[in-house]
Unconditional design. Structure first.
Length: 376
C-alpha cells in the first residue's frame, strides 16, 4: 500500500491554505446537494487575524498519497472553551477525506497528537473551528442541501469517525417548519397572544441604521441566555462585530426581532433567508458578478433558517419563545417564505425541542452528531 504523508499547513501561508480549502471541491465534485462555501468567507475564518485566534490556536493538516491530496483536518486548542467548561479538550474540524479508513485514521492520529502535545486529554468534533461556527456531523437526510451556515458531509464520514472509536457525546436536531401548518393552528396564535399579554412584552424589528447599538444588545442577550447550554462559549466582541458586518447585507429587518419589557431588551430572534439557494450557484465566488444574484434571486428563496431564538433566563417558562416564533412565521409569509429550519437545537434541550415540535408543529428532519474521544 502506498504511504500516506501528512504535513502541517500554516494559516499565514495563503497558497497552502488555498490547497487545503479547495480539496473540498474534489470530495463533492459529483454531489448535487453540497453547497460550496464562499471562498472569501472560509478564508476569513482561517485568517490569522480572525478574532477567534485571540483565544484559540489552530493547525491545519493535509494528507497526500502518491502526490495527490486525499484528506484534510484541523486541530484546535480553544482556551476559552477550556476555561469556561473546566476541561482540557481539543477539537477537530474542517475534516474532509476520501472513503479510506487508513487515511481517516492518520488524520485523526495527527490531530490528536497535536492536541496531546499541548496538554489536552480529550478531542471533540467536528467543530470548524468552534461551536459558534459550523458544528456537528450530518448523519441523515443527505439528499437535501444544507440550510445557511449548516454543515454537510458524505454519509461515509460517520463510519470513518466511529470506526476510529469516537463516541457520539451530543446530538443536535434540526426541525422543518411549514408556515401553512403553523398559521392554520389556532392554538399557536392563542398561546402567543396570551403569553404576550400576560408578560406585557413588546416586539420590534432590528434597526439597521443603529447597527452598532443593536449588535451590542444581541451580544449581551446571547452571552447571558446561552451561557448554561452544553458546550457554549461567548461570542467575542470583535467576532460578533465582524459577523454583523458580513450579515448586514443579508438581513431582512422583519426577521430579526427584539423583545422588550419596560423598554429593556429581554430576548431576540435571528432569522435569515436561506441564501444557500443562491450560494449553490456561485461555486464559491461572490465576485465579480455573482453578488448581483443576492438581489435578483432573493425572492425565489423559499426557506429561512431560525439561527438564534432566546430570552433571558429570568423570563423563561412564560411562553415568550412562542411569541417570537409567531412573529417570525407571520413576517416570513409576507416575504414569500414557505418553510423554516429551526437549527440547531440540542437533542436534550427539552424546552426548546418541545417548543419546536408542539408549538411550531416542527418535524425533526435532520440530525447531527458531535463526537468525543479520550486522547491516549
Amino acid at each position: 500500500m502506498s504511504q500516506i504523508n501528512v504535513y502541517p499547513i500554516a494559516i499565514h501561508d495563503s497558497k497552502a491554505v488555498d490547497k487545503f480549502i479547495k480539496f473540498a471541491w474534489e470530495i463533492y465534485k459529483s454531489n448535487p446537494y453540497w453547497v460550496p462555501p464562499l471562498l472569501m468567507d472560509i478564508k476569513k475564518t482561517l485568517n490569522p487575524n480572525n478574532p477567534f485566534y485571540e483565544v484559540a490556536q489552530i493547525q491545519l493538516f493535509l494528507a497526500e498519497r502518491n502526490g495527490k491530496i486525499v484528506g484534510r483536518i484541523a486541530a484546535v486548542k480553544n482556551d476559552l472553551h477550556n476555561q469556561i467548561h473546566h476541561e482540557q479538550s481539543g477539537h477537530f474540524g474542517f475534516f474532509e477525506c476520501v472513503n479510506d479508513q487508513s487515511v481517516a485514521n492518520i488524520l485523526f492520529d495527527t490531530a490528536s497528537a497535536w492536541c496531546k502535545a499541548r496538554g489536552l486529554d480529550y478531542i471533540i468534533g467536528p467543530a470548524s473551528p468552534s461551536i459558534n461556527h459550523e458544528y456537528g456531523l450530518l448523519v441523515n437526510a443527505f439528499d437535501d442541501s444544507p440550510r445557511l451556515m449548516m454543515s454537510y458531509n458524505p454519509p461515509y464520514y460517520q463510519n470513518l469517525i466511529e470506526s476510529y472509536d469516537f463516541k457520539c457525546i451530543k446530538g443536535l436536531n434540526a426541525y422543518k417548519i411549514d408556515q401553512n401548518t403553523v398559521l392554520s393552528n389556532p392554538k399557536f396564535e392563542r398561546i402567543a397572544r396570551i403569553a404576550q399579554e400576560r408578560s406585557q412584552v413588546t416586539l420590534r424589528p432590528i434597526n439597521l441604521r443603529r447597527m452598532k447599538e443593536e449588535v451590542e444588545i444581541v451580544k449581551n442577550i446571547f452571552n447571558a441566555a446561552w451561557e448554561k447550554n452544553w458546550g457554549a462559549i461567548p461570542i467575542l466582541d470583535k467576532e460578533i462585530d465582524a459577523m454583523a458586518a458580513d450579515l448586514k447585507q443579508l438581513v431582512d429587518e422583519s426577521l430579526v426581532i427584539f423583545m422588550e419589557k419596560d423598554n429593556e431588551p429581554i430576548g431576540f430572534t435571528l432569522v435569515l433567508r436561506d441564501y444557500n439557494y443562491i450560494f449553490k450557484q456561485m461555486n464559491g465566488r461572490l465576485f465579480p458578478f455573482n453578488f448581483l444574484k443576492l438581489f435578483t434571486q432573493k425572492k425565489k428563496i423559499e426557506w429561512a433558517r431560525i439561527i438564534l431564538l432566546g430570552v433571558l433566563p429570568a423570563y423563561r417558562g412564560k411562553g415568550l419563545d412562542a411569541v417570537l416564533y409567531y412573529e417570525v412565521v407571520k413576517n416570513s409569509r409576507k416575504l414569500g417564505i414557505k418553510y423554516g429550519e429551526a437549527s440547531w437545537i440540542l437533542e436534550d434541550n427539552l424546552p426548546m425541542t418541545r417548543a419546536a415540535e408542539e408549538v411550531m408543529s416542527g418535524v425533526l428532519y435532520k440530525k447531527y452528531n458531535v463526537y468525543g474521544k479520550a486522547i491516549g
